[in-house]
Design a protein around this ligand. Sequence first.
Ligand code: HEM
Ligand code: HEM
Length: 162
Amino acid sequence: MTKTPEKFSKAQIYLHWIVVALVAFQYLLSDGISSLWEKRMDNLIPNEPSFNPHVLVGVIILLLALWRLFLRFKHGVPALPASENKIASLVAKATHILFYVLLIGMPFSGAGAWFLGIEQLADLHALASNIFLALIIIHILAALLHHFVLKTNVLRRIVGMK
Ligand code: HEM
Ligand code: HEM
């Protein structure tokens, strides 16, 4: 990345929170697609894809993640506070990179399972969903730590406050 602006752009902030809401939808309402998938694998229904909101929302997440990546390269992201220790800032960077890998990789593994019927990709998708959840928890704890303990502006700048 080349640029380190003072703050996130409005688009970056909106996209962060829209994606959070869509990812929450994927977790809270994944029972439908999981039970359909199990029925397909158990030959209780024809083994072919049908329309499902999980698929639509997953594809939207993929497109928004690509847009966010584009904005990261075009606009950059603010630097972490100078007070941040080296290991913590490495963990933060690694988490953000992994988030993009998952936001882009999960729709592909899901699509490979749903449209091509590849069982191993469904297993990979389920495994990735657990890793993703663990990362989200770490990410939220880090944001709260920054705000309440380290008293930096890291949480404020992703909600659009200085
Ligand atoms: C970033 C986007 C996505 C997220 C966060 C996500 C998340 C999830 C979660 C949490 C589950 C339940 C896993 C479990 O039962 O252990 C699931 C299942 C599933 N998802 Fe997704 N999904 C995404 C995108 C997609 C897309 C685009 C498709 C299809 C085109 C898809 C197809 C499936 C299928 C077939 C299942 C049932 C099989 C399984 O349990 O692995 N997903 N997804
Ligand atoms: C699905 C859940 C989430 C994902 C995938 C996610 C992803 C990301 C990513 C990739 C970044 C790096 C900036 C960028 O590229 O736009 C970021 C920044 C940030 N996120 Fe999240 N986030 C999630 C949920 C949350 C939640 C719930 C909070 C608050 C409690 C939060 C707080 C932050 C903060 C404070 C930053 C700014 C870090 C910095 O300034 O370097 N995130 N998030």
